[in-house]
Design a binder for this molecule. Sequence first.
Ligand code: PEP
Length: 253
Amino acid sequence: MRKKLLLGNWKMNKTPSEAKAFALAANEMVDFAVAHDIEVGVAPTFVCLATVKENINPKCIVAAQNVNEHDHGAFTGEISIPMLKEIGISWVILGHSERREYNGETSEKCNEKIKALLAAGMTPVYCCGESLETYESGQTKKFVAEQIRTGLAGLTPEEAGKVVIAYEPIWAIGTGKSATKETAEDTIGFIRRTLRENFGPVAMDIRILYGGSVKPNNVAEYMSQEDIDGALVGGASLEPNSFQGLIDGMLAK
Ligand code: PEP
């Protein structure tokens, strides 16, 4: 049985004091979610991670939005796995389309980071998803399968079972133009079959999230789909009321 997961990606939003205010406001809703078998988490910026970790309900996952694959060294501006571990962070989002577009993050680079995270006993959330052009030319599955195969290359089935996948069509991120539940399920079901071909039965245990303009009023639709295990949410995860609305919507499954 795959546990439902709601993960908020705060992107480059919130100062430390704003992040702390959210953390304090979220304590009861985290308990509520956990009591209803929903795992919840937020991914603040690096500069807010420690503050959020210290102030939020300990049952809430606190994830980083990126990490470097090296433990230390001459990598100006980067953050390492040991640094995250020391402040109690064990989840990291990788390969978000914004990082792929603005920071040149490739599936090959994500593969190195995923391996480093797994070796450190941490949980990668690996994002994949196609552009509007790829979608309109009917190449979504080919494109996403390649991202999955490259990002998870060389993992054992046991390791693959520890990764969370987020399918986020780029044309739906921050645009208000969400994929229909049927479109999302079609691609996510395909991703699960791709995982099965590559890693065997463990694919049935891997959580796959949908992301792209998920809101309190449409999250239930996605959760009603067999292969969709949760949501990676940007804009609607920023305010406590909206976050509570997402949790309420997820109860529907
Ligand atoms: C995201 O940042 O991963 C995302 C899906 O954003 P939004 O929910 O705002 O579309």
